[in-house]
Ligand binder design. Structure first.
Ligand code: BGC
Length: 768
């Protein structure tokens, strides 16, 4: 007691002598100079799991219930906590709070893969403006989004959160996303930087990837986003790349991110601590999230024993202060807790409709005409999947399912089927068989999907007479903590296949049409069954307004204009990466996660494999299929419309600095208004580095073109954008010679091309 009293007396005596400036945006140096080592080490470590506040200085009040974390406050210096919350498809916070009847629902927007399918940066920016407003109005400072890892393989359980197999599409969609959210004066955290292309063993996995593939594929999208949109924060991934945890890699976090691309914000870790906190500080990982007291301790000790230079810590602390002064919480923004959810629901519906991809439309069966009575099949028609599970889940007030969407649009649904599926889904939810999801902890953050119901052939046949047509909804869900499997996710189940076959046979026999709606988050097998139905609409996981959005497209209220942001292969094993992707019986990230957050009890990993060889190198997605002439089910960029478009008058002009401007005229040659997304696919001259046959270098989308209307689409690419990475020379190289610029509907359908010469070869160095 006496000792405590003496210590307190010492503090009272010492503190008045230390300058106590209060943080403003103009006195960061002064505040930094006034900080004690303990305070510095506190500021670079979050307050702990959940949305708690505190640390060495704070109280115990929860700032925003359900947020993923907070940074710590130092009231003495006027440094507030800031709040960080997930996630990519909308803000994830708790919808209810003790002691109040008020609700705090957020809008469930279409998932990342869906919005990338729009190929429309304006649309994405508008949608995320609405999303960012919820971040601001619910008192959050940083949205932990977008997720933007490359779709290396269709089985990655989090692909739904991510955008594409192509870095240019991914990077530009991300930039638009970031601009939209940040226009509200809140920040984002683009994630997971980098190489987090699988969930299996995600905490420890070592992504073994060549320098070239890393630069051209797995970092390129982050590079584009950083250069184009200035995100406030970047989240380093859990995994290692080439033997080093990304959070401890100076090459990644400082050389590439800051020195080469000009990033000026903060880097935070993904949620969990690793050994090597001090290495993370040195590498330029500014913030440890969610933060553990022992991390603070490690930093203090390392400075005291000389293994961490205080300059490195100061550098990170300065960046933290620069971040904090930008936040609404620092500025004292009075948030309403009442964002305009109605207006945002409209933005979600618009984005969902523009993101759907029409894969098949025989005899123009869509848009539906003269149809009143519909036999709606599939458990997913009720158990509709708005978005995936895990931290990408959003606590939304409702989900408009397919049944409601079609009824809202005026269709009459078969009452027998309605009744059947309602009872089946209610029952299945109470008695889940085998939840096709990851670690059980992650199911808490979203719902498991019920399996398809078995239905007798005769039962299906009895539904034909009373209906004009049939719709079969096929659904998939997946999420954080586990990868998908070929058997349970990629392939149709035997029950789904039987349902589809029996519905198609029964309805076709009576001359009635069948439309399949795919409510999925990632690529599935389509080659073996796509001949059966008359039309296939890929709705993705379209957010809370999904059912209405599907109806908008089926009725033609909106003409579909989405295009695939990835390839649909014939078989899973056609992907080169399939031979180096963990399949089956592998440890699940969910278990690691449970252990990591101290929930314990996770099953022990089996067949532990802690690396993934990216042997396919740069041959990811269409780069492989297109270059090696491998048949696919649907190529990258594929998507039909209710109208047709003609491409004409391509031109490419090359400026002195080697940058190009490409133009093409797109004309609506059909009978209804529509939009068309066009990819600029570039084939480089032979010689020099081996390159894919074509690479997407830019893309653009028309406005809504009336029949007969034309628009000039313009694409610009600088010489650096045309370069490939030479790993021997450790630099980017743009070869001289004649390039072919293809204006493509998709990677396999390039109606017009233009050849243009780049006179001078150019090189671009990287720091390392
Ligand atoms: C996920 C991140 C997420 C974080 C906070 C992690 O498990 O990988 O994407 O932002 O949790 O919820």
């Amino acid at each position: 007691m006496k000792k405590l009293f003496l210590t307190m007396a010492a503090i009272v005596l010492v503190l008045p002598m230390v300058a106590q400036p209060k943080l403003t945006k103009d006195n960061i140096d002064e505040v930094l100079a006034a900080m004690t080592l303990e305070e510095k080490a506190t500021l670079v470590v979050g307050s702990g799991w959940g949305s708690m506040i505190g640390g060495i200085t704070g109280g115990s009040q929860i700032l925003v219930s359900g947020a993923a974390g907070t940074t710590q406050a130092i009231p003495r210096l006027g440094i507030p906590n800031t709040v960080l919350a997930d996630g990519p498809a909308g803000l994830r916070i708790n919808p209810t709070r003790p002691g109040t009847n008020q609700t705090f629902y957020c809008t469930g927007f279409p998932v990342g893969t869906a919005i990338a399918s729009s190929w429309d940066v304006e649309l994405v920016e508008n949608m995320t403006k609405a999303m960012g407003n919820e971040v601001l109005e619910y008192g959050v400072d940083v949205l932990l989004a977008p997720g933007m890892n490359i779709h290396r393989n269709p089985l990655c359980g989090r692909n739904f959160e991510y955008f594409s197999e192509d870095p240019v599409l991914s990077g530009n969609i991300s930039a638009a996303y970031v601009k939209g959210v940040q226009s509200n004066g809140v920040g984002v955290s683009i994630k997971h930087y980098a190489g987090n292309n699988q969930e299996t063993n995600r905490n420890e996995n070592d992504a073994q990837v060549s320098k070239r593939a890393l630069r051209e594929i797995y970092l390129k999208n982050f590079e584009i986003s950083v250069r184009e949109s200035d995100p406030w924060t970047v989240m380093s991934s859990y995994n290692k790349i080439n033997g080093k945890y990304t959070q401890q890699s100076y090459d990644l976090l400082t050389s590439a991110l800051r020195n080469d691309w000009g990033f000026s914000g903060i880097v935070m870790t993904d949620w969990g601590s690793k050994d090597g906190t001090v290495d993370a500080v040195k590498a330029g990982n500014d913030l440890m999230e969610p933060g553990m007291p022992f991390e603070t301790q490690r930093i203090i000790e390392a400075v005291n024993n000389g293994t961490l230079d205080i300059k490195d810590l100061d550098r990170n602390v300065r960046r933290m202060l620069e971040y904090i002064v930008r936040t609404p919480r620092f500025k004292g923004y009075k948030y309403s807790d009442k964002p305009d959810l109605k207006a945002h629901a409209k933005a979600a519906r618009a984005a969902a409709t523009e993101s759907m991809v029409l894969l098949k439309n025989n005899d123009n069966v869509l848009p539906l005409e003269g149809v009143k009575n519909i036999a709606l099949f599939g458990a997913t028609s009720i158990d509709f999947v708005a978005g995936g599970t895990g931290s990408g889940n959003v606590n939304k007030a409702y989900v408009v399912n397919m049944e409601q969407g079609l009824e809202n649009a005026g269709f009459k649904l078969d009452p027998v089927l309605k009744d059947f599926y309602k009872k089946y889904v209610d029952f299945a939810k109470i008695n889940p068989k085998d939840l096709p999801l990851g670690g059980s902890d992650m199911i808490l953050l979203g719902e498991a999907k019920v399996e398809e119901a078995e239905m007798a052939k005769s039962y299906i046949e009895a539904r034909v007479a009373g209906n004009d047509m049939a719709i079969v909804v096929i659904g998939r869900n997946s999420g954080e903590g586990a990868d998908r499997t070929v058997e349970n996710d990629f392939d149709l189940s035997a029950t789904e296949r039987a349902l589809l076959t029996n519905v198609c046979n029964a309805f076709h026999l009576a001359g009635k049409k069948v439309v399949v709606v795919l409510n999925i988050g990632g690529v599935i097998e389509t080659a073996s069954w796509k001949a059966m139905p008359d039309a296939i609409l890929l709705a993705w996981q379209p957010g809370q307004e999904g059912g209405d959005a599907v109806a908008d497209v089926l009725t033609g209220k909106v003409n579909p204009s989405g295009k695939l942001p990835m390839t649909f292969p014939v078989q899973f094993t056609d992907h080169r990466s399939s031979f180096n992707f963990p399949l089956g019986n592998e440890p699940r990230g969910g278990n690691d996660f449970a252990a990591m957050i101290g929930m314990g009890g996770g099953r022990q990993p089996v067949n532990h494999v802690d690396y993934t060889k990216y042997e396919e190198d740069i041959w990811v997605g269409y780069r492989y299929f297109d270059t090696f002439g491998k048949e696919v089910s649907y190529p990258f960029g594929f998507g039909l419309s209710y109208t047709t478009f003609d491409y004409s008058k391509p031109t490419v002009t090359v400026a002195k600095d080697g940058s190009i401007i490409a133009k093409v005229i797109v004309t609506n040659t059909g009978k209804v208004a529509g939009k068309e997304a066009v990819g600029l696919y570039v084939s480089a001259p032979a010689g020099g580095l081996e390159k894919p046959a074509k690479e997407l270098k830019a893309f653009a989308k028309t406005k809504l073109l009336a029949p007969g209307e034309s628009q000039v689409l313009s694409f610009s690419v600088d010489a650096y954008g045309l370069a490939s990475f030479n790993e021997q020379a450790n630099r980017w190289e743009t070869a001289a010679g004649t390039y072919t610029f293809g204006f493509g509907r998709n990677v396999s359908d390039i109606p017009v091309t233009f050849k243009a010469a780049i006179k001078n070869a150019q090189t671009f160095s990287v720091s390392e």
